[in-house]
Design a binder for this molecule. Structure first.
Ligand code: HPA
Length: 270
């Protein structure tokens, strides 16, 4: 982890915005609507930020949007970096490090995920209460003590307080939500039927190819983390078919707007 590179990026962003972001947001596949309500947005393309990678996946833009949302100064990322694209874990988690050096203490991480829990339906919103990491740990390598400790705890990393607040907001709007375990893989291939049966057996409610590395780095950075998935497709034991990327994008479409309003209210309540 190159501290100077992170600092260069953070200083560039700081110079180009006239707010002090308190909340960082990572928008998952097809969940760009979170940024639509940002007031006085300042848009910075990733390509302008020193040392920032550029995302390549359909449904992901490559820009940072800074402004006011839910009465807070926020910094939102449209487009994240996945390990399966060939980025190193350092690049995948670079934006979280930049948030860290900008002094951001709260991060909201979203994604589209495949449902494994038999009661889940396409379009469900799931708060992540815990994860199982079957991808790569982003903290492997020399530790930089300026960024965090060598052996960080992941106990209660998905903030129970933020989950309680989000659940109360959803309840107020009569929206049923889930609270489940996210299992993180590298992708890019979807899982086999045998893998999905196994993942379900060991307690995973959904599966995806992002988020976990970002959350681990946010934990290392001692941030408060709220993470949530929109269930874009549901694996079903009978036909055992796994998803396509188009299905994933379509699956989040109808929920993304409603989800974004809940996220905005959560930010107001942080
Ligand atoms: N599997 C893995 N990752 C995913 C899926 C899935 O079914 N849906 C969205 N991301």
């Amino acid at each position: 982890m190159d501290f100077d590179k992170i600092q260069q990026a953070a200083q560039f962003i700081d110079k180009n915005i006239n707010i002090k972001p308190q909340v960082g947001i990572v928008c998952g596949s097809g969940i760009n609507s979170i940024v639509e309500n940002i007031q006085n947005p300042v848009i910075i393309p990733y390509s302008q930020i020193p040392n920032f990678p550029v995302s390549t996946v359909k449904g992901h833009k490559s820009q940072m949007v800074c402004g006011r949302l839910g009465n807070k100064d926020v910094l939102a990322l449209l487009g994240r970096f996945h390990y399966y694209e060939g980025y190193t874990m350092e690049q995948v988690t670079f934006p979280i490090r930049v948030m860290q050096l900008l002094g951001i203490k709260n991060v909201i991480i979203t994604n589209a995920a495949g449902g494994l829990n038999a009661s889940y339906k396409v379009g469900d919103i799931m708060m992540i209460k815990d994860h199982i990491n079957l991808a790569v740990n982003p903290l492997i390598g020399q530790n930089d003590d300026r960024l965090g400790v060598r052996f960080p705890s992941l106990h209660n990393i998905y903030s129970p307080q933020l989950r309680e607040k989000f659940a109360a907001i959803a309840k107020k709007h009569a929206i049923d939500i889930r609270d489940g375990v996210y299992l993180g893989l590298t992708g890019p291939s979807f899982e086999t039927g045998a893998e999905n049966r196994f993942f379900r057996m060991v307690g995973a409610d959904c599966v995806g190819m992002s988020t976990v590395a970002e959350v681990i780095v946010a934990a290392h950075a001692q941030m408060n983390v709220f993470a949530a998935s929109i269930i874009s497709n549901v694996w079903n034991e009978k036909d055992e078919k796994t998803a396509t990327h188009e299905e994933v994008l379509q699956g989040v479409e109808h929920t993304a707007e409603r989800f974004s309003l809940l996220i905005e209210e959560l930010i107001a309540d942080i």
